[in-house]
Design a protein around this ligand. Structure first.
Ligand code: ADP
Ligand code: 5GP
Length: 194
């Protein structure tokens, strides 16, 4: 089967991480581990969830041209997708999934137009706010900042033309099934087109 570059975006707390890992597991793909200057949370593992690096290391990676795209998210921390991870997976004919923000998705699409980009929507704003709280990862101020950013991201996603499809994550199992079907369809199409 041919490789596929699959981009997933959505507002913080919508359920992307939960969904993308399950889709990758079901379809036998790989998750692209980004580098970030953000602090690791208690539940996260270095080199599994992210490569957690300091500002100087991140800058060195930029200078060495190791990123396919970088973005400063929520106006503070830097995040970047490592080019080698993406190209190695594609060369090996694998599905590679990038959980990146709207700026990243736009930049990846510009460089690799046949990338398949899906945006995950919450059923409504209240549900999104509840999930940000339920995750219990940030303090109230950070949750408020992520919630305000979420509304702007959704607006951008719906008007920019960057995304090929939208999935509403209301019932998690249903949403994962829908996303799996969409990505499987793209994998099949990619393998038919060689
Ligand atoms: P993201 O990666 O988009 O920030 P997460 O995958 O970390 O989101 O999910 C945020 C929280 O919402 C987690 O506590 C997760 O278990 C929960 N969650 C995900 N999908 C749903 C859903 N459909 N209904 C209720 N809670 C959900
Ligand atoms: P979090 O801090 O919640 O893990 O991620 C915050 C945001 O950064 C999410 O929207 C996530 O998709 C995005 N993100 C994670 N890694 C990357 C990356 O390598 N590039 C870009 N552009 N965004 C990323």
């Amino acid at each position: 089967m041919s490789g596929l570059l699959f981009v997933i975006s959505g507002p913080s707390g919508v359920g992307k991480t939960t969904m993308v890992h399950e889709v990758v597991r079901r379809l036998g793909g790989e998750f692209s581990v980004s580098a970030t200057t953000r602090a690791r949370t208690a539940r996260e593992r270095d080199d599994v969830d992210y490569h957690f690096v300091d500002q100087a290391t991140f800058q060195r990676y930029v200078d060495e041209d190791r990123f396919i795209e970088v973005a400063q998210v929520f106006g503070r921390n830097w995040y970047g997708t490592l080019t080698a991870q993406v190209t190695d997976a594609l060369k090996a004919g694998k599905l590679i999934a990038l959980d990146i923000d709207v700026q990243g998705a736009k930049n990846v699409k510009r460089r690799i137009p046949h990338a398949y980009a899906v945006f995950i929507l919450p059923p409504n704003e209240d549900a999104l706010l509840a999930r940000l709280h339920a995750r219990g990862r940030e303090d109230e101020a950070a949750i408020e900042r992520r919630f305000e950013e979420a509304k702007k991201e959704i607006d951008f996603a719906q008007t920019s033309g960057v995304y090929d499809a939208f999935v509403v994550n209301d019932d998690l199992e249903v949403a994962i099934d829908q996303l799996t079907d969409l990505v499987r369809g793209q994998l099949l199409a990619a393998s038919r087109n060689g």
